[in-house]
Every structure is written in C-alpha cells, then in structure tokens.
Design a protein around this ligand. Structure first.
Ligand SMILES: *[C@@H]1O[C@H](CO)[C@@H](O)[C@H](O)[C@H]1NC(C)=O
Ligand SMILES: *[C@@H]1O[C@H](CO)[C@@H](O)[C@H](O)[C@H]1NC(C)=O
Ligand SMILES: *[C@@H]1O[C@H](CO)[C@@H](O)[C@H](O)[C@H]1NC(C)=O
Ligand SMILES: *[C@@H]1O[C@H](CO)[C@@H](O)[C@H](O)[C@H]1NC(C)=O
Ligand SMILES: *[C@@H]1O[C@H](CO)[C@@H](O)[C@H](O)[C@H]1NC(C)=O
Ligand SMILES: *[C@@H]1O[C@H](CO)[C@@H](O)[C@H](O)[C@H]1NC(C)=O
Ligand SMILES: *[C@@H]1O[C@H](CO)[C@@H](O)[C@H](O)[C@H]1NC(C)=O
Ligand SMILES: *[C@@H]1O[C@H](CO)[C@@H](O)[C@H](O)[C@H]1NC(C)=O
Ligand SMILES: *[C@@H]1O[C@H](CO)[C@@H](O)[C@H](O)[C@H]1NC(C)=O
Ligand SMILES: *[C@@H]1O[C@H](CO)[C@@H](O)[C@H](O)[C@H]1NC(C)=O
Length: 747
C-alpha cells in the first residue's frame, strides 16, 4: 500500500521491507498515542499511513470516536471505529473520498464515498464538511472519476475541490452510483440515511459551487471468486485528467511490490541524508529515523497542482503551521533537505505574489490560523542569512516580508479573536506601529509582542542586503519586547519578565507569568505557553536579556528554575493540551524549544545544555506509540529531537548553531544542494560519557559553544571528545547577539 506522490496503488495490505537498510528503523506508529495507553488524546497525532516524502497522497484510515476532546487530525486513532480509508491527511487534518466494505462475508463490494470526510468534533474553528461532489463510472465499471468539494478547517476555506480517478484490475460484476440526503453523516440522522441508487453513469450533489450538495458515491460489486483486487487512485487539485494522468505516469503497472520498493527507495534516500555507523542501540535508531521520517511528511509538495493560479514556481500546501516549524524544523530542511527548503520558500513568495500575504498556516489552498507573529519572515530570513539561492527571488521575498511588517490585514472577526485578522499577516499590527508593542486591547499581547520583535529582526536581516536603508528601522522595531519588560515583576524569586502593558503606561497587577489564568490561548496574554517561557524567546538579543535578568549568574539560576520538577501549576493551552510535564519548561510545545540550550550563552556553561538535552530526551521521548511529548506538529517536535541527537541546535534567523553533544559515535550528514559531507565523530573516554572535553572543527581546536553556518555549509568535520564529568572547554567568544539594541524608555 504505497503511493507515489499523487497516486496510490491499493492492494492486500502487505508492506514488504527491503533488507537491512535505514528505513527499517522507521516505526510509523511512534507518536500515534497519548499518555493514556490505547487512546490518542494529547498524543503526537502523526500520520501512520502510506506516503512518499512530502507526497500529496497520504492514504490512511479515518477513525471516529465521537468525543469532542479528541481531534483525529491525522485520521488515525488507536481507539474508535474506522469509518473509511481516505487519501489526503495532514500529519498532525483532513479529508476525502474512498473505500469501506459493507459486512456481507459472501459478497465483495467496494464503496467509494465522495461525501466521506474526516470530522472534527471539537475544533470549533477547525470543523470541516463535505459540500458537493460528482462521480461517474465507465460502462464496464473498471474506471471511475469525479470530484469532491469540502470546506471549513482552520483556514475557513470557502470550498476546495479534489478531483479523483480510480481504476480496478478486475471487471466488477455490477456497480451502482448513489446519492444521499444532505445530512451530517456523524449524526444519528446521517447514520440512518438511506442512499438512492441510480442507473445513470454519472451523479452529482448539486450545481457548481453549491454548498449543500447531496451525498454521492458508488458501490462496485465484484464476483465472489475475485480473491484479490487491486485498485489505483490518482488525485489532483486541478482536473480529473491530471488525476488519471498521474496513474499512467507514476504507477503504470499492476505490480504492487514494485510500488512498495520504489517508495522504500525514496525513503531510504531521505534516511541516507544522516547516516551513522553506530548501530549499538536500536531504540535510539528507531527514535532518530522515525523522527527523520516525520520531518519529511509536511508541507505537501504540490508543484504542478496549484489550483488557484498558473505558475512555474514550486507549490506547497499544508503548512500546519509555520508557528510550529520555524524554530528548528525549517533550519533542518535548509541544511539537509535544501531543495525542499528552496521549493517551500519559492512557494511562500508565490503565494504572496498572487494572494498578497504569505501564510503562517495554510491548507486546502487557503491561508489561515495565525497563532502569533508572521513567522514566514523568520523562515525567509533564516534561509537568507545562510545564503540560500536556488532561484529564490529575494527582492520579492523581501517585499513579501515587508508586507507582513507594514500592511494591516483585514479583520475576519474570528470568534476566537475578533480584534484582528487570524488568517494572515499580523493581526495586531496597528498597535505595533503605533506603540512599538501590543496593548492588551489585542489578545495574546505579550506573546505576540515578542514574536513581532523576532519577525522584525528577521526583516532587518534581509533588509541589510536587499534594502539597506530599512535596516536600522526594523532593527529598532525588533527591540519592541523591551517596552513590555517589567523589571519589578517578581515570580518564584526572580524579577523581570515580559508582561502586559497598557498604552497609558500602567500594568495589570494580577498578571502572573507562572500561571495561565484560564487558558493560555486565544483570549489570553500569552499563547500556549507561560510568561516565564516567552521571556526567553529573544535569540537575536540574548545580551540585553541576560543584562535585564541580572547578569550571567542569575540567568543561570533562572534557567535552572525552568527545569525544577513541580514548579508548574496548571496546564497551558486548551484543556491540558499542549502542556507536558510539570516543569516551567514545556517539552511538549514550541515556545520552550530553545530554552534548554541557552546555557551556551553563559561562560563555561555549555555542559548544562548537554545535560538538559539528555534529561529531556530520556524523560519524554521513546520508541513507543506514546514516544512524542504531545503533537508532533508537522515534525517540529521530531526535529527538536534530531538536533539534540546530532549535537547541534540552530539559532533561528541567524547563521549559527549552538553546540551540544552527539548521541551517536559517528554521524555523516549530507548538507546543502550538493549533499557535501559533514562528518561528526565522537571519542568516548568512558561508558556514559556525554560532556564535551574538547572539540575540533575542520581540524582546528575549538573553544566556542557555537559555530557558524559557513563552518559546515560545504561539509566539514566535528571531532568531539566526550567524558563523564563536565569540563570548562567553552572559554571562547560567546554566541552573538546581532539584534542588540537598547530602547530608551524615557523617550
Ligand atoms: C510481494 O512481496 C511480499 C512480501 O515481501 C511477498 O510475500 C510476495 O510474494 C510478493 N509478491 C510477488 C508477486 O512477488
Ligand atoms: C473524551 O476524551 C477525554 C480525553 O481522553 C476524556 O477525558 C473524556 O472522558 C472523554 N469523554 C467521553 C464522553 O468519553
Ligand atoms: C463503534 O461501533 C460499534 C458498533 O456499531 C459501537 O457499538 C461503538 O459504540 C462504536 N464506538 C465508537 C467509539 O464510536
Ligand atoms: C433507469 O431508471 C429509470 C427509472 O427507474 C427507468 O425509467 C429507465 O428505463 C432506466 N434506464 C435504463 C437505461 O435502465
Ligand atoms: C538506548 O537509547 C535510549 C534512547 O536514547 C536510552 O534510553 C537507552 O538507555 C539506551 N540504551 C543503552 C543500553 O544505552
Ligand atoms: C516537488 O515536486 C515536483 C513535481 O513533482 C518535483 O519536480 C520536485 O522535485 C519536488 N521537489 C522536491 C524538493 O522534491
Ligand atoms: C525561592 O526562595 C525560597 C526561600 O529562599 C526557597 O525556599 C525556594 O526554593 C526558592 N525558589 C526557587 C524557584 O528558587
Ligand atoms: C490605564 O488604562 C487601563 C486600560 O484601559 C485602565 O484600566 C486604567 O484605569 C488606566 N489607568 C490610568 C491611571 O489611567
Ligand atoms: C558568578 O559565579 C561565579 C562562580 O559560580 C563567581 O566566580 C562570580 O563571582 C559570580 N559573579 C557575580 C557577578 O556574582
Ligand atoms: C579560543 O580560540 C581562539 C582561536 O583559536 C584563540 O584565539 C583564543 O585565544 C582562545 N580563547 C581562549 C580563552 O582560550
């Protein structure tokens, strides 16, 4: 059951595995379960079905539990009933048409239900529906085609169409097309709805663009001696011709095993971007390679399949969401999946060209679900400062970033936040332009101020070369978080936090950065994380932050406090979702990602970053189905693990990496478009040695806790000696603060 990018060949589900290769370490069920065994709640939501790297088809089961707490984003859940196998999903949302056999043991039917969709019982804004469809079948019933239209989801999509084309390798005995009443299939009325069979060769739900079409589908009946049936289904966002054409192009034969082994080869190529000779620990290898697999599922490469406009540029969809991926997943792609990074950035810029704004979240060909800043800015800047070219039009790229920074998007009056757009751009830009920070008139005013700060730092880094006269302006704006800094705000023995600030200069005396009153969500001061966590998120100006916190020693103690068990009281996010563990540091959500590694900014404290990375991996990651701390978020969580195991961590929007300690003795990474070799070797002085004793980079003795992208962009060598005890090896220059700027608050 292995699809090419736009086609799937379905057969008896026997996934063959090639001999001892790296992809054998991938277990697609890691991250499919939550903390309660047998259930998906607060799990990784990863997609465990058939897919090729960044492929458009993600064929897998849709499972319904009828519990509004549980969103089966990826279709699969460990409990509940399988309602269908559908062709498109996200790894961590939605839709479409396909097979589900009625229970008559002596009969063989294939049901193609165009009106099937993956329900979202809880999501409010994320609910989705079938709206319309059409299906036609050939006279002999061996082929069928048509389209389904769906709407909703987090991007509030008005309607989008998926065209399909299906073929069987056996003639059906008979087939019937059907229509059904427009009823929500997940209600009792829907469950009891009866189809009306038709003897026509084509049925349709309603007129073009109708939002309440009748349900449509087909039942194909095969002779009872048909023991093995193969089916191919192609999909397209543009036409049934494309959908049928992909079948001819990608799976012209009926050789299931050939399709399986081609998909395995594609995955093996991905796995080979990071290889090791250290095969001692299978658990670790399973975690690592499954993580690498999860980072190559989304966003979906839809080049040639852009439904909204004709373009020669690459097209990607299913950005779910850049808020999650910008911190360390995009940097991973830029290093080891450079073509993909280039394609994605070109697609983001092309979306700006044709739709005015780059997305933060996007699915079903529409922008939506901005959770904080306009984080495409960070993605572009991160690639720009690392010299990424590959046909990226940086002049347009900068104009797209500048649109985020200057143009107030229209308000879509989202019920979750009616104060500004949640679809694209920066919904609270008016305050940012007027005050340099967000007042509590806008919700999430604290977390969005700190995110807009990073966004403007990102703009400044591209401006520096593309539009130098803008550089100072955006650098200055990037210090906006300093307005909200409240030096007198105390929490757990520490003082100085980012905190809500009214335009008249007063504060909310009830604000506590250690708790989320109600939810830290839409409607709160911070989004999905505590004030304690957001206070650390200014990677571009750690120098000011450390100074404001009282110098390196206090900063170290404050970092230590992030990891004290039991200091967190209460959850973050909706319900207890997005919160894992009971430390102020939250291993299960992105705002906390870089915090464990900030010790590298303190003199001779790199060893503590290593210690934290190991503690966190051991406590929250495993090779079991509950092996991810919460939602994988398109592989963002997995990328955190990959970096930790490789022994590096990217500082987003800067061409640098913080140095940790590798968890394999030998690693070879293929970096850049040409796949040049970065060789990482480790000499362990003893068992369980994890602390850096010494390091050589490209043959030179190294005393800095960080390295530049240039040091490894063309491959190179990192030679670590690790010992049992920490050693003060990191005596060199501290990591830079290229956004260092002090706001004059008296002005
Ligand atoms: C396909 O692969 C499976 C699993 O490796 C094997 O059992 C089967 O015999 C193969 N089928 C054919 C037709 O080669
Ligand atoms: C729904 O799932 C949540 C999380 O597992 C659980 O707490 C709750 O009891 C479930 N509700 C029902 C009605 O089963
Ligand atoms: C699954 O289907 C069975 C049989 O129809 C039903 O009894 C059960 O309640 C369903 N389970 C869920 C979680 O919907
Ligand atoms: C299709 O069904 C209609 C009504 O049931 C009937 O009048 C018509 O003759 C049928 N057509 C064919 C080609 O069977
Ligand atoms: C293997 O790796 C896992 C994950 O890092 C770790 O928990 C375990 O202790 C390791 N086993 C051995 C024998 O080192
Ligand atoms: C994206 O898809 C297009 C069309 O299939 C293909 O040519 C291109 O190589 C893909 N990009 C990457 C990075 O794989
Ligand atoms: C804060 O100070 C008190 C009193 O010295 C101490 O008991 C407590 O552990 C400290 N808390 C933290 C988080 O350092
Ligand atoms: C400042 O503004 C806040 C929010 O509008 C208001 O509640 C507060 O009373 C004002 N304080 C003063 C001193 O004007
Ligand atoms: C910081 O701590 C180090 C040792 O832990 C000590 O030598 C140094 O004096 C301290 N610095 C300050 C400013 O207290
Ligand atoms: C760190 O290394 C650099 C380059 O080799 C050297 O110039 C510098 O003196 C070293 N600093 C310390 C404190 O060891």
């Amino acid at each position: 059951m292995l699809p090419k990018s736009n086609t799937v060949l379905l057969a008896v589900l026997a996934a063959g595995r090639a001999s001892a290769q790296l992809h054998k370490y991938v277990d697609p069920f890691i991250g499919t379960q939550g903390t309660v065994p047998g259930t998906g709640y607060n799990g990784g939501n990863v997609f465990p079905g058939a897919v090729v790297p960044f492929g458009m088809v993600k064929l897998g089961p849709d499972v319904a539990t009828f519990n509004s707490s549980i969103g089966a984003n990826a279709g699969y859940l460990p409990d509940g009933n399988v309602t269908a196998f559908s062709l498109t999903h996200v790894s961590a949302m939605l839709v479409s048409s396909n097979t589900f056999l009625p229970e008559h043991a002596s009969e063989s039917h294939v049901l193609v239900d165009v009106s099937h969709y993956l329900p979202s019982f809880g999501g409010g804004n994320q609910a989705q529906w079938y709206t319309n469809g059409e299906i036609q079948a050939s006279t002999d019933g061996t082929t069928y085609k048509g389209w389904g239209a769906y709407r909703g989801t987090f991007s509030h999509i008005p309607n989008y169409k998926i065209y399909f084309c299906g073929r069987f390798d056996h003639d059906p005995e008979s087939y019937k097309l059907f229509t059904g009443p427009y009823t929500d299939p997940y209600t009792p009325a829907g469950l009891n709805a009866q189809p009306t069979f038709s003897n026509k060769s084509s049925v349709r739900g309603g007129p073009e663009y109708y939002q309440y079409g009748k349900r449509v589908g087909a039942v194909f009946t095969f002779p009872s001696d048909c023991k093995k049936l193969q089916s191919k289904v192609g999909i397209s966002f543009k036409s049934t011709d494309n959908a049928c054409g992909y079948i001819d192009e990608e799976v012209p034969h009926w050789n299931f095993n050939k399709t399986v082994s081609e998909a395995e080869d594609d995955w093996e190529k991905v796995m080979k971007t990071i290889t090791t000779t250290d095969f001692k620990n299978d658990t670790r290898l399973q975690m690592f390679y499954t993580g690498l697999y999860h980072t190559h599922l989304m966003p979906t490469n839809r080049t040639g399949e852009n439904a909204n406009w004709e373009t020669a540029e690459p097209s990607y969809d299913d950005y779910f969401a850049i808020w999650d991926t910008f911190r360390c997943l995009n940097s991973l792609w830029t290093l080891i999946a450079t073509d993909h990074s280039i394609g994605m950035i070109r697609s983001l810029i092309d979306i700006w060209r044709h739709e005015q704004f780059m997305p933060d979240g996007r699915s079903g060909n529409a922008n939506g679900q901005v959770q904080g800043g306009s984080n495409s800015d960070n993605v572009l800047a991160d690639a720009f400062v690392k010299g990424l070219t590959g046909g990226i039009n940086w002049k347009d790229g900068y104009a797209a970033m500048k649109t985020n920074a200057e143009l107030i998007p229209w308000n879509n009056y989202d019920t979750g936040d009616p104060t500004g757009s949640t679809l694209e751009g920066r919904g609270a830009l008016s305050d940012w332009l007027q005050y340099g920070y967000l007042t509590p008139y806008f919700d999430r005013s604290v977390s969005r101020t700190i995110e807009y700060s990073l966004n403007d730092f990102a703009v400044s880094q591209v401006a520096k070369k593309v539009s130098p006269h803008d550089y100072q302006k955006y650098l200055k704006r990037s210090a906006g978080w300093q307005h909200q800094w409240d030096p007198s705000l105390k929490s757990k023995n520490f003082s100085g936090f980012v905190a809500p600030l009214f335009s008249n200069g007063t504060r909310d005396p009830s604000y506590d950065p250690a708790v989320c009153p109600g939810y830290c969500e839409f409607g709160g001061y911070t989004y999905e994380a505590l004030g304690w966590e957001y206070t650390w998120t200014v990677p571009f100006d750690m120098k000011s932050l450390i100074k404001f916190m009282g110098g390196p020693n206090t900063t170290e103690r404050r970092l230590d406090a992030m990891f004290i068990p039991g200091l967190k009281t209460g959850g973050v996010g909706s319900g207890s979702l997005n919160g894992v563990g009971n430390t102020l540091f939250n291993p299960g959500n992105e705002p906390s990602f870089a915090t464990p590694f900030l010790y590298n900014y303190l003199p001779q404290r790199q060893h503590k970053s290593v210690m934290r990375s190991r503690e966190i991996l051991d406590a929250y990651y495993s090779n079991g189905p509950s092996g991810l701390p919460g939602n994988s978020d398109s592989g963002a969580v997995d990328s955190w693990m990959i970096w930790s195991m490789v022994g590096l961590y990217p500082v987003v929007t800067q061409p640098i990496y913080l140095i940790l300690a590798p968890m394999f003795t030998n690693i070879e990474m293929k970096v850049g478009v040409e796949g040049k070799l970065l060789k990482i070797s480790v000499h362990h002085q003893s068992d369980n040695a994890m602390y850096v004793q010494s390091l050589k980079i490209n043959g030179k003795k190294w005393n800095k806790s960080w390295l530049s992208h240039d040091d490894i962009a063309n491959g190179g060598t990192l030679e670590f000696v690790l010992g049992k005890e920490p050693k003060a090896w990191d005596t060199g220059e501290l990591p830079p603060s290229p956004g260092h700027y002090t706001i004059d608050k008296s002005a």
